[in-house]
Write a protein that binds this ligand. Sequence first.
Ligand SMILES: [Zn+2]
Length: 113
Amino acid sequence: MHELSVALGIVKIAENETVKANAKTVELIELEIGTLAGIEFESLDFVWPSAVKGTVLENAVKKINVIKAKGKCFDCDTIFNLDHFYDSCPKCNSFLKGILQGKELKVKALEVS
Ligand SMILES: [Zn+2]
């Protein structure tokens, strides 16, 4: 499952940061995930407990900031919310657009102790 490898990647980042900070465990981890990042939030929640078991993240509180995707139309410069990659501009129906946000997948903050 894709979300499992994502979770394991997050564990790796947390372990590196914990070592760097000379800490033992993570109290809180804050993630930033865009709605176009290809992550299913339910699947991530599902695999999370087994991914973090026995790691520095085992008892950490997980907080996810969901970044709603936004695009900017190349033809009329309208900025609009995207539910899917293939959504068209609501003003001129153009499919040509730039993704402004929504592909984020990162660890935003860690609290260690
Ligand atoms: Zn447009």
